[in-house]
Design a protein around this ligand. Sequence first.
Ligand code: PMP
Ligand code: PLP
Length: 427
Amino acid sequence: MNYARFLTAVSAARKPSPIRMLTELQQRSPPSLISLAGGAPNPNTFPFQSASITVRNGQTVTFDEVTMKRALQYSASNGIPELLTWMKNLQKNLHNPPTASYSPESGQMEMCVTTGSQEGLCKVFEMLVNPGDNVLLDAPTYSGTLAALQPLGCNLINVPSDQHGMIPAALKEVLSRWHPSEVHKPGSTAPKILYTIPNGGNPTGASMTAERKKEVYELARQYDMLIIEDDPYYFLQFEKPWAPTFLSMDVDGRIIRTDSFSKILSSGLRIGFVTGPKPLVDRVVLHIQASTMHTSTFTQVRNLPLNTTQNLIVFTLNGLKEFYRKQRDAMISSADKWLKGLSEWHTPSAGMFLWMKLKGIADTQQLIMEKALEKEVLLVPGGVFMINSSEPCPYVRAAFSLSTPEQIDEVNKRINNQINTHTHTIS
Ligand code: PMP
Ligand code: PLP
């Protein structure tokens, strides 16, 4: 893989921050090292001395004074070493990427901690996307992705999808505008990156099958594209078996995967991670050096006792899947009761969203933002997930993550009422 061809001029021009390098060196050195380098404030002057967090299983996580000082101090831009080691093992256990993608030619596999997967995604896009570039994705897609991509001035090309995600034949059709032999020619307009949400897609709830992933990966090989696998709902897959991830089939080192702790441990503490070829992850880290410096050390240290004991994650994950599956079931049975005939949907097998097409409503924007709000119901009008958000869109996104089954039922009842009055008024 020639990773240089994927980098924007800005990303290629990034150089390590000398002081950040020293911080990282210091972090790896024995405590006997006397450092007058860095520019770290003295944590003895900070007002916070210790902390204790009560966990739902009765366990208490205590930060003694030493840990607290560390948690309040600057740390390495790629993440604190213990967390990185833990995450690398996790990634290897879960996805076991083919050994070829670890080879020096393809660039070794690397990881870094990010302030939520959103930070990772945004920095990955800024590393790879030039104005005028053609970028492939399956719209509707996560509005945060559109928010990060659209200002880069690229040309977003929609690859048609259905309830099983991106359709390989449709991708082939889109790519047929270019010839694989021409993609490396100077001035070629062939897309270099493809973005997709493989599980419990936001907003569609769609999950990709193993077969589709294999076909999409093969097309990415033919056209020498990178695939950005944004998978925050990986642990929210309700049905077995789980399809293998793109990362698990990455023989070339062309997958950049973003993971998130937002749906597992906390969305507010802001922590996620990027996994991909070392030459690319290193560029993301240089960007972090120059922007946030690193994800909150407190957040990372807070994750450590949870991670090293492992059982808390397992404890959380088991309950998590069951919880979201029950919420999904409540949503579907309530929708069956109130919206049959008025709306169409596919039952999601992962994630926390139901994507509904409201029959007889050309555009849900006004219905949701004005009429439904009056009735104290809030959903997201589908238009915000479209490449062109001003086009009329008959869909809405309902998140079944936060409300009780009773509240979900009440919402569907009110939507039923809304659609009936709306279609009645216009007919
Ligand atoms: N600006 C200057 C002049 C600084 O010295 C520093 C920290 N050394 C920063 C900005 C970054 O500060 P922060 O830790 O709040 O990101
Ligand atoms: N990617 C997708 C598809 C999402 O749905 C979200 C959150 O809504 C994110 C990324 C951002 O996650 P994080 O909280 O880890 O930044």
